[in-house]
Design a protein around this ligand. Sequence first.
Ligand code: FER
Length: 246
Amino acid sequence: MFIEDDGIKLVAKLDMPAPAEGKHPLVIIIHGFTGYKDEPHLLAVSKALNEIGCATLRVDMYGHGASGGEFRNHTLYKWVTNALTVIDYARSLDFVTDIYLCGHSQGGLTVMLAAAMKHDAIKGMIAMSPAWMIPEAARNGTLLGESFDPEHIPDELPAWGGRTLGGNYVRVAQTIRVEEAIDRFAGPVLIVHGDQDGAVPVEYGIRAAQRYRNSKLVLIQGDGHCYEHHLDQAVKAVRDWMKEKV
Ligand code: FER
C-alpha cells in the first residue's frame, strides 16, 4: 500500500499484531540513508513489536526503496514532511491508540525532528544509531567521508554505492539544529547504539540520551551500524522498553 504525500507515493507496509482485532498502539518505523523499509534489522524490530501487541508501519521515504522521488533530490526537510504525513495517516486509523516513532540512523534523526514538531501526537520515540551528526557534519564540510567547502557546496556529492547526492541535501542539513529538537520532546525516548558503529559514532547516541529529559540508553557491545553481530540484543532492547509501555 502507499501513503500519498503531496503527489509523492510513499510505499508502506502495515503489520498487525495477532490477534488483530481491537485497538493497538502503532509504531512507525523509518529506515536510514540509502536504506529501505524491509532491511533485516527493521523487519526484526517490526516482528518483535507485533509479538507484544503493537501494530507497525514501515515506510520507504522520499527517493528510497519503492517510493517516489529521486535519491539525489532527497533532503532532510522532505523526509521530515514525509514523516509528518505518515503520522497524520496513523492518526486517521481507528484501531490506533498511541503512536510511537522508531527510526534507524538518518531515520533516527528524522524521528527526532518529527517528534519535536508533533510532540502532542507522539507517545514515545525509539532512535536506533541516530545519525544526528549529519547537520553538524554538513556545516563542517565532512559528510559521507568526503571533505568539501561548506560555504561553496558542490552541486553533486558522491554517495554510497555509486549514487549521487544533490548539494541541496547539504544546504538543508546545514540549517538543522538538533539540540533544539531534542529539547522540544519530553516523552519517553529509547536510544540503541552499537559501540563499534563505523557510520555514526556511538558518542552521538550517548549524547542524545544525556540531553533527552526522559531517556534510556542501551549500548550494544561490539556491534556496528546495522547490528550485524548482535541484532537479537538490539531487538530485545526495543521489545523490553516497549513492553513496559503497552
Ligand atoms: C554520513 C554518515 C552517515 C551521512 C549519512 C549517514 C549523508 C547516514 C547513515 C544512515 O542513515 O544509515 O556522512 O552523510
